[in-house]
Design a protein around this ligand. Structure first.
Ligand code: ADP
Ligand code: MG
Length: 849
């Protein structure tokens, strides 16, 4: 089949070629059906832009489109599929040494870039359907630009789209030309439902079949119906075939889960009128000729990060207004057409104008790992076309570190990380596959991966009867909620997802049905990587170890036996779901974590889909994250030094044990000293007299330097306290410990004798009384005495053989100081007469000489 030269894109042929000869970057904008995807790669080939043997890689967002385009282009170019033209999608590859045009999807190109930064053999890269803003499109483009700027200035980059706001992209790619073709299209009349329909009550496929019937009677061409997924499509096909008004029509489903033959059948031409029921693959990726009417269900499966499961998941959501316009356009390709939207005009006004780019809504762990493998250490500084949320990037790095794929301060890729890249799945599952490969349990692990993709199909909080039926048919479970779920799925599968059988066990039949194809997909990926996927007897512990490998970031330890409260790694807390079968395990991983708002405004974290794990496994799988420490600490509660033995997994304390024996005495003394100096432990024997003794020693050193006494500094004081504490662990024994024996050791025997002689505690006065002296850090020694005690005493006093004058603090009978002096004779003569009258009046019962 020759290339159809009358397609609108040929207006641009010479411009495309000239532009790419002059400059390595180009944006091509032309409506769907113009011939971008099929013709532009061929133009590059024909005009020698691929060199002698080089290839053009065309990145497609959809697998189905990649395969069908390759087939079509191979036919047009007159080569066999897999020879001159081929494709490479997850699980399927038709390429050879001779391939010049290669259609690829998802991470295949990015992975190739991470293994070979020079992209040997690739002459050009075409980014198709760029308006969809798929994560891999964005990132592969950024990488391609980097490679073009560094190692491969000759690399040609073409970005194509039907509807693209080229402004921002053009700036990003500058210098870069934009070539636009208007294409040809005919007007499409838009019809809305007059009244909103609740698809919960009237399924969307029934509404669609009814509208098909109505529209088919009014138009002449083929019909295209948009539905979100395989299941809705098959129900729609059934509903159409069951209706009377559409006899004589041929009806075909079109989606990614069909066999290639079935997919081809949908785009072939027939004598009878045709109805195609498709996913949004038919929105812009594939053009089906002859369609004049579109019935749009308004829904699509959209990939989105699901924080409950920490992975990307497909959710059925309402499409944006821009997407709806693209779908409508499919009716006006060859003649005027009609598009019926299965929603109201009012509701249309409430729809999002545009989808968010995937980089803004998907988990980034997989691409971050691929970037790290390409040598891009700082993913925050990567030239993103649109910067993702930094928190999302940090989350991706943290998860990868927990999986063992990144390590170190700079989060560089590890051997495990590189091995994980083999599997084109989310890093969680890649890690699980690695663990499963080692332990020979790939099959159950693939099933578990499939089970975590959709919402749980086991309905929560079922009635007593259903609970009993579950127990009877599925048996008891204590190791993992996954095992129960696996048995429930087997049961549903064997019952062919019959509604009645499923209802008996509280199984959501539709949810269970979706697991099968996913399971096959995961098995396929494992098999492609050479893993042994044979059915074997399941070793429960091995499978649970694999769960741990993939979900170690959600490890939880039960806080007590009485409640379901748990402590998790990364400082989180949560509560194990009541319906979990794993009620006894002290240690578990939760595959699902959801935050639930409670009545009181607080948020509680619910852990479900739990698997019991054992501590030894943590050591086995994550030896670097497991720590056993022994530390000597002061326990404020018991006021004792204890030895605390702790086992931690990352920041989660698995077990902490304290015992007071066997603490090394040095460490204990140091800890106790800190407490004593901070005033938190009181040494009863260290009273004012002891403080005075210390001051006396210090003044002795100061006043009589020739005696060569060392003063007691704050640091010395700590040393002394440490000596006092030595041998104790705290408690009463320490509080009651005598201190003077240690202090006295500070001085030699001679110095001790000199201390009492030079800086005495008391002074004997002329009247025979012994009076206490007070020493302060500064100033002279002070003797305080009431007037009556000083009668008959005259003159000055001194200590230290007359070298340090003593000050008198003369007190009234109430012990209030009334005078400070160093000469009593002077006091009696000068001051005393002036105050005597006043004092004797106030204290008449005392003696006043
Ligand atoms: P664009 O990428 O601009 O949307 P395509 O290159 O996909 O356009 O398609 C150009 C034309 O080639 C379509 O209008 C259609 O007629 C035809 N075509 C493309 N793929 C197929 C196919 N698999 N089977 C039949 N016709 C096809
Ligand atoms: Mg296209």
């Amino acid at each position: 089949m020759p290339a159809p030269r009358d397609l609108p894109i040929y207006e641009l042929e010479s411009a495309v070629v000239a532009s790419l000869r002059a400059q390595g970057r180009l944006i091509v904008q032309a409506p769907t059906g113009s011939g971008k995807s099929t013709q532009i790669p061929q133009m590059l080939w024909r005009h020698g832009l691929l060199g002698e043997k080089g290839e053009v890689v065309v990145l497609q967002p959809r697998r189905l489109a990649a395969r069908m385009l390759a087939k079509r282009v191979a036919e047009e170019a007159g080569t066999r599929l897999g020879e001159g033209v081929g494709y490479q999608i997850r699980l399927e590859s038709r390429v050879s040494e001779r391939t010049r045009i290669r259609f690829v999807t998802e991470g295949i190109l990015l992975r190739q870039m991470s293994f070979d930064a020079t992209l040997r053999g690739v002459s050009a890269i075409v980014f198709d359907e760029f308006h969809e803003r798929h994560l891999y499109g964005d990132i592969s483009l950024a990488r391609a630009v980097q490679i073009q700027q560094s190692t491969r200035p000759d690399l040609r980059i073409v970005v194509m789209s039907a509807t693209l706001d080229a402004g921002a992209l053009r700036t990003y790619l500058a210098p870069c030309e934009v070539l636009v073709s208007q294409g040809r299209s005919f007007p499409v009349r838009i019809e809305y439902l007059p009244k909103a329909v609740n698809f919960e009550h009237e399924p969307v496929w029934e509404v669609a079949a009814r509208e098909c019937e109505r529209v088919a009677a009014q138009t002449g061409g083929d019909l295209l119906v948009f539905m979100p997924g395989a299941y809705e499509i098959s129900r729609t096909v059934q509903a159409i075939e069951g209706g009377r008004g559409l006899r004589g029509f041929v009806v075909f489903p079109l989606h990614g889960e069909l066999s290639p033959e079935q997919q081809d059948r949908a785009v072939e031409r027939y004598d009878a009128r045709k109805i195609i029921v498709a996913t949004n693959v038919a929105e812009t990726s594939l053009t089906i000729d002859g369609v004049t009417a579109v019935i749009d269900g308004g829904l699509a499966r959209v990939a989105r990060f699901d924080p409950h499961r920490g992975i990307n998941t497909l959710l059925v959501e309402k499409i944006s207004a821009a997407s709806a316009d693209q779908r409508a356009g499919r009716a006006g390709r060859t003649a005027p057409g009609v598009c019926v939207r299965l929603w109201t005009e009012r509701e249309h006004g409430l729809r999002m104008p545009q989808e968010l780019p995937e980089v803004k809504r998907l988990d980034l762990a997989e691409v971050v790992l691929t970037l790290k493998a390409s040598g891009i250490e700082d993913v925050f500084a990567f030239p993103w076309l649109e910067k993702p949320d930094p928190a999302g990037l940090a989350r991706a790095e943290a998860l990868l570190a927990d999986l063992g794929a990144l390590a170190g301060e700079r989060k560089t890729i590890t051997d495990i990380g590189r091995k994980m890249l083999r599997f084109p799945v989310h890093p969680r599952y890649a890690r699980m596959f690695l663990a499963a490969e080692e332990r020979g349990c790939v099959r159950p692990v693939a099933l578990m991966a499939a089970l975590t993709q959709g919402r749980s199909f086991l309905i929560r909080n079922v009635d007593k009867r259903t609970e009993e039926a579950r127990e009877e048919l599925l048996g008891e479970e204590t190791e993992s909620d996954f095992f129960l779920l696996m048995r429930a799925w087997r049961y549903a599968e064997q019952a062919s997802y019959g509604l009645e059988a499923c209802r008996r066990l509280g199984i959501h039949a539709q949810g269970a049905r979706q697991v099968g194809p996913l399971f096959e997909q995961f098995l396929g990926i494992a098999e492609q990587e050479g893993l042994d996927v044979a059915e074997k007897r399941i070793d429960g512990a091995a499978v649970r170890k694999c769960v741990l490998a993939g979900f170690s970031d959600q490890l939880a330890r039960r806080l007590d036996g009485g409640t379901l409260r748990c402590e998790l790694v990364h400082g989180r807390r949560g509560v194990l779901a009541r319906e979990s079968a794993i009620q006894r395990a002290p240690l578990l991983v939760a595959a699902e974590i959801s935050e639930i708002g409670r009545g009181d405004g607080e948020v509680s974290t619910l852990l479900s889909l739990a698997t019991a794990v054992e501590e030894g496994w943590l050591k086995e799988i994550f030896p670097d994250d497991f720590r056993e420490t022994r530390s000597v600490v002061y326990d404020a509660q018991s006021k004792r030094v204890v030895t605390r033995r702790e086992r931690r997994f990352r920041d989660l304390v698995l077990e902490a044990k304290a015992s007071s024996d066997e603490a090394p005495l040095d460490a204990a003394a140091a800890l106790l000293t800190k407490e004593v100096l901070a005033g938190r432990i009181k040494l009863e024997a260290w009273d004012d007299t002891v403080d005075q003794w210390v001051v006396r020693v210090n003044r002795l050193a100061e006043w009589f330097p020739e005696l060569e006494v060392n003063p007691i500094t704050d640091a010395d004081r700590a040393t002394l306290v440490e000596q006092i504490c030595y041998g104790e662990l705290g408690g009463r024994a320490l509080a009651d410990k005598p201190v003077m024996p240690v202090l006295r050791d500070w001085l030699t025997a001679e110095q001790l004798a000199v201390l009492d002689d030079y800086v005495p505690e008391r002074l004997v006065m002329g009247n025979g009384r012994k009076a206490r002296l007070t020493y302060a850090k500064e100033g002279p020694p002070v003797m305080s005495a009431r007037i009556q005690e000083l009668y008959g005493i005259e003159g000055r006093f001194a200590i230290g053989h007359g070298r340090v004058t003593v000050k008198f603090e003369i007190l009234a009978p109430n012990h209030r100081p009334i005078q400070i002096t160093d000469d009593l004779t002077n006091f009696w003569r000068e001051q005393y007469p002036k105050i005597k009258a006043e004092l004797s009046r106030r204290y008449p019962r005392h003696e006043w000489r």
